[in-house]
Write a protein that binds this ligand. Structure first.
Ligand SMILES: NC(=O)CC(=O)C(=O)O
Length: 272
């Protein structure tokens, strides 16, 4: 297969889990009707993004309501679905987790955010995910008939080693449910997505919640897709929207052939 179409659901996230699920279902259906074979949701799409919310919105696998609904949505629309992320609970610990489903509704993979968002920028933003969440310990990717797809969550994108690990596992596309802030977004959103796409010669699709100025945590928005050449090929504004893009595997192969960065690595030097 030389190309496939993906859909990014930049949806508004509210306090009502039921409303968030309904919005996700409608955006996913819209993307599927536009011919998308793989669709993705934002970070913490069923829950406001804040330490005070995570435990009460958390779900367990198997059996969680959101997780079951995501499986149904994948099956009803016959798509690969990267279910953004949600708070997950297991053995008394909480995780920021993404559940991934096949077009038959089977769960293919789960990614738990590896790098927790613990930052302190004076006069900017302070956030400490590790006050409530535990980190995951694995790089995550899954196979599709279009090629291998990686999944990481938001702050994970700032760690080139993680994305390089997935690239060496063979991914052609990275899906990143994310919620950058109004401080980090303008400074780093586009730059980090383009950088990871360029240095790994992969497509990167980052999916943000829509910007809600009345929320405690205001997400930057601007969901986008960057190409293996490092260009932004589509980008949303701040409002809720369904963004689509074509992943051109021929173009990816051409970039890797013409500029063979992955072949030119000098691994022995880096081991120092
Ligand atoms: N939600 C996050 O992890 C936010 C983030 O990474 C950022 O830089 O902003």
């Amino acid at each position: 297969m030389e190309s496939f179409k993906i859909g990014l659901c930049q949806m508004q996230v509210d306090q009502s889990k039921e409303l968030n699920l309904a919005r996700a279902a409608s955006a996913i259906q819209e993307a599927a009707q536009q011919g998308c074979q793989l669709v993705a949701l934002p970070e913490m799409f069923n829950c406001p993004y804040g330490n005070q919310y995570f435990s009460s919105y958390a779900e367990t696998f198997p059996g969680g309501k959101t997780i079951n609904r995501l499986s149904q949505m994948a099956k009803e629309n016959s798509i690969y679905l990267v279910g953004g992320s949600i708070p997950e609970q297991e053995d008394g610990k909480f995780y920021n987790s993404s559940f991934i489903f096949s077009p038959t509704g089977d769960m293919l993979a789960r990614h738990r955010k590896v790098h927790l968002f613990d930052i302190d920028i004076p006069d900017g933003i302070t956030f400490k995910e590790s006050d409530t969440l535990s980190p995951g310990h694995a790089a995550t990717s899954f196979t599709t008939p279009f090629g291998r797809v990686g999944v990481a969550i938001c702050y994970d994108i700032r760690f080139p080693e993680l994305i390089r690990t997935m690239t060496l596992q063979g991914i052609v596309l990275l899906i990143l449910p994310a919620a950058f802030t109004m401080v980090t977004g303008p400074a780093h959103w586009e730059l980090t997505m383009r950088a990871r796409a360029l240095d790994n010669q992969i497509y990167v699709a980052a999916i943000s919640p829509a910007r809600d100025k009345s929320a405690d945590f205001i997400a930057y928005g601007h969901s986008l897709v960057t190409s293996p050449w490092g260009e932004v090929i589509v980008q949303a504004a701040e409002q809720p929207s369904v963004l689509t893009a074509t992943i051109d595997l021929k173009m990816l192969a051409q970039v890797r052939q013409q500029l063979p960065l992955l072949k030119h690595r000098q691994v022995k030097v880096y081991q120092a």
